[in-house]
Design a protein around this ligand. Structure first.
Ligand SMILES: [Cu+2]
Length: 136
């Protein structure tokens, strides 16, 4: 009995595979390009927010605008303090923590909503280093 060869079927399926992988690859590279653009926005181009940490409170505005925000954090107290922001699926901490007189900055892409801002040093949150931040 003679076998029916179907070389055309093989070519078609190979073509489909190439088309699919090409479309997938484009989607992927576009996604990572967007992420890269957001991460390389210079500090000065977007909102900067001054934050002061002391015993035991966080001084900063109660609301900020949505978008890439740079928190410029200064420890004006005597103990070591930290700065962490949590909410809407993000949790970002300033690293390393700040000793007396030190400052650092933390860039976060904020979406509208309510976030918790606190000092992650053990016991400080409970003593008052915790507050809400509204992003509009
Ligand atoms: Cu603290």
């Amino acid at each position: 009995m003679k076998r029916i060869r179907t070389p055309a079927a093989g070519i078609v399926s190979l073509g489909l595979m190439l088309a699919c992988s090409n479309a997938f690859g484009q989607g992927q590279s576009q996604g990572s390009a967007d992420t890269k653009t957001a991460a390389t926005v210079p500090d000065s181009a977007k909102g900067a927010v001054e934050v002061k940490l002391t015993e035991y409170k966080i001084e900063m505005p109660t609301s900020v605008s949505a978008g890439t925000t740079t928190f410029k954090v200064t420890n004006t107290g005597d103990e070591t303090h930290g700065f962490e922001i949590e909410g809407n699926g993000i949790e970002v901490a300033l690293k390393p923590r700040l000793k007396k007189g030190e400052s650092g900055s933390l860039q976060v892409d904020l979406k509208p909503g309510t976030y918790k801002v606190y000092c992650p040093v053990l016991g400080h949150k409970r003593r008052g280093m915790s507050r809400d931040l509204t992003v509009k």
